[in-house]
Ligand binder design. Structure first.
Ligand code: SAM
Length: 294
């Protein structure tokens, strides 16, 4: 085993039967979320899901799937549940899934407050209003990034929303309050300064994405609230491999996809919203689409 992983440069062989760690190996030992990703997440979820994909696509005449309840996930698992319904009945798999979200956020990405100038929103906060509502925020890692950039914000001014089983035991900083919420129902937090969604809309086909967005729009205050959509925009020519991998992953588990700038524009417009600006610094794979009420 050690010869194999040193051949892949994951540890360094310094002499016969003697190995030095690399930063990657050290992180794997130090971070249980990272070892969950490289262990169970890949073994039980990601890899088997991709094994069945070619057979599913062949069976469906190589058409892009668009029904989250009738895609490769159900074909592979022999279930009628979609991915998120399955996670809610399988705590071990849910733990590995959210570990993967946490690690993607922690190790792969430019923190979103470095993509979007968050200081502009903090300075214009109205009293008694939520500052940031992270919709579908998993374990709160994106709000934690915001808090680290703005350590003086009041307790409870950041709101983490996700499905009840995801947030029930979550441990967060006092700046963050936790709310069980299904984003297919009306948004309960009205007139927040920022509604934030990271890698949420890429999980859903257009009709569902529009339903989710309309629920956000109905809670926004015109001229004050902003929606920040933190996602990859897939280029129509020479797309990045990291984005095409994510595109195929969304197809394999949710009949969804990464969107081009034109496709994002259509979904946002059809939800009663408009794009103010797309923030895409060269160092960041994912962009922030700044959106307001139309
Ligand atoms: C791809 S993950 C992204 C998580 C997090 N925003 C991040 O970027 O790490 C999608 C999130 O949407 C949540 N989710 C799925 N269906 C939901 C629903 N109906 N209502 C609220 N959250 C939901 C999942 O539990 C999950 O945390």
């Amino acid at each position: 085993m050690m010869r194999q992983i040193s051949g892949q440069h994951l540890v360094i062989e310094t002499a016969e039967d003697t190995f030095a760690t690399t930063p990657w190996a050290k992180a794997l030992a130090a971070d249980p979320a990272l070892s969950a990703v490289y262990g169970e997440f890949y073994a039980q979820l990601n890899s088997p899901m991709f094994k069945s994909l070619p057979y599913f696509l062949k069976k469906r005449g190589f058409k892009s799937p668009s029904d989250v309840n009738d895609c490769n996930w159900q074909y592979w698992k022999g279930t009628s549940n979609n991915l998120f319904a399955d996670l809610s009945t399988n705590p071990a798999m849910a733990n590995d899934f959210h570990a993967a979200m946490q690690c993607h956020s922690k190790y792969n990405l430019t923190p979103w407050p470095e993509v979007y100038p968050t200081s502009t929103v903090v300075s214009a906060l109205k009293p008694d209003r939520a500052l940031v509502v992270d919709i579908g925020g998993s374990k709160g890692h994106d709000l934690e990034k915001f808090r680290l950039c703005h350590p003086d914000i009041p307790d409870g001014s950041l709101i983490l929303q996700d499905l009840p089983d995801v947030v029930k035991d979550v441990q967060v900083d006092p700046a963050i309050s936790v709310q069980a919420y299904d984003f297919f129902t009306p948004q309960p937090v009205k007139g927040a300064r920022i509604y934030f969604m990271h890698n949420v809309l890429h999980d859903w086909p257009d009709d569902s994405a529009i339903t989710i967005l309309k629920n956000v729009a109905s809670a926004m205050e015109k001229g004050y609230s902003k929606l920040l959509i933190h996602e990859s925009l897939i280029s129509r020519v020479n797309p990045l491999a990291r984005v095409t991998v994510s595109d195929i992953t969304m197809m394999a588990c949710l009949a969804a996809k990464e969107r081009t700038e034109i496709e994002w524009g259509e979904v946002i417009r059809n939800s009663g919203l408009r794009i103010v600006r797309i923030w895409r610094p060269p160092q960041s794979v994912e962009s922030v689409i700044e959106v307001e009420l139309d």
